[in-house]
Design a protein around this ligand. Structure first.
Ligand SMILES: Cc1ncc(COP(=O)(O)O)c(C=O)c1O
Length: 350
């Protein structure tokens, strides 16, 4: 899934259009200037006013008591899981969700929690009945079911509030703690046309990533109750994530929340246009569901993958690997970039 820059696109004289992920964006000149001006202090002493401001801002936006700045969403999710569970307790999670699949098993290796994966439905959500069936009775044979961990967006799909609420209803019935991996939370609410608190209100903790669609170079914020965040802060320290004058990078998060949320619709619109254009080529399968945000999935014939990658690379376009191939729109792809991408595909198949 994770593929290095092919070098092909880098060799082209054109500015590189990187389709692999929304994590590839460069901090804009305005974001860099804002970072340079940040007031900083030693955050382990609580002295970094920029970090304090980012944490408070994110918590307020999502209607939670407190926030915690972390270096990555992986650490944010892990600190949340460690705050919510004790050894031998169980986290119910989607099989394809990042926490289960792509975080190196951290919550079980480091947290001692037991993940119980459920199949993810076609819309990116979980089935309430599956959650209900997965929750264990209090019996010494079983781990103690403790957390339900959802993800929105998942593979770029915005899971509807109805689906989320149906899952949370089951969790509430059994007294589970509810976590949301909202690495792309703002893509989700933009697509769903709802407010941050509409999605956040019923969760005990939410991870927000700053370095994906929001375009900051690094960082995540975990929000939740004062006690949850205090526990996560202790785990962050143990995980090596207690940073010092990190307001320099937290400033990018403040800039991103102020400037880059409202433009996410542009990414979604470009993904929709791209999906339509690629579908119209009629050369390979294109997957772009109605609840999709900024990602398009394509399945070129195996014989075409490498030549197509070369062809695009010569035009300064870096297409990732995997099957299907994921194409992601982000703030470093404007309308001209989109035209170049469409032309690149058309000229290969033309
Ligand atoms: C849904 C989701 N959660 C968490 C992460 C982890 O983010 P990070 O790379 O900041 O650790 C990712 C990264 O792609 C993600 O897609």
């Amino acid at each position: 899934m994770y593929q290095n820059m092919s070098g092909l696109a880098a060799q082209s004289n054109l500015s590189v259009i990187d389709l692999r992920s929304d994590t590839v964006t460069q901090p804009s000149p305005a974001m860099r200037a804002f970072m340079m001006d940040a007031e900083v202090g030693d955050d382990v002493y609580g002295d970094d006013t920029t970090i304090n401001a980012l944490e408070a801002k994110t918590a307020a936006l999502l209607g939670k008591e407190a926030g915690l700045f972390l270096p990555s969403s992986t650490m944010s999710n892990l600190a949340a899981m460690m705050a919510h569970t004790r050894r031998g307790e169980e986290i119910i999670v989607g099989r394809g969700y990042h926490i289960f699949k792509y975080e190196a098993g951290g919550s079980s290796v480091l947290g001692g929690a037991f993940p119980y994966p459920l199949e993810v439905a076609l819309d990116g959500g979980l089935e309430p009945n599956d959650i209900d069936a997965a929750i264990k009775p209090d019996d010494p044979h079983f781990p103690m079911s403790r957390v339900l961990s959802l993800e929105n967006t998942h593979t770029g799909q915005a899971v509807s509030l109805d689906r989320i609420n149906a899952c949370l209803d089951v969790a509430d019935t059994h007294g589970l703690t509810k976590h949301l991996d909202g690495a792309r939370f703002f893509n989700a609410i933009t697509k769903l046309g709802i407010s941050p608190t509409d999605l956040a209100s019923r969760f005990d903790s939410i991870n927000i990533c700053l370095s994906k669609g929001l375009g900051a170079p690094v960082g995540a914020v975990l929000v939740g109750s004062t006690s949850t965040i205090a526990a996560a802060r202790r785990w962050r320290k143990m995980l090596g994530g207690g940073m010092r004058q990190a307001g320099l990078i937290a400033a990018a998060g403040i800039y991103a929340l102020d400037n880059n949320v409202r433009r996410l619709q542009d990414d979604h619109d470009r993904a929709a246009t791209l999906a339509n254009e690629l579908t119209a080529l009629n050369k390979f399968k294109v997957t772009y569901q109605a609840n999709q945000t900024n990602m398009v999935y394509i399945e070129p014939a195996a014989k075409d993958i490498e030549p197509l990658r070369q062809h695009l690379g010569q035009r300064g376009i870096n297409m990732g690997g995997g099957s299907p191939v994921r194409i992601v729109m982000h703030l470093d792809i404007d309308d001209d970039g989109l035209t170049r991408i469409i032309d690149g595909f058309k000229s290969y198949y033309g």
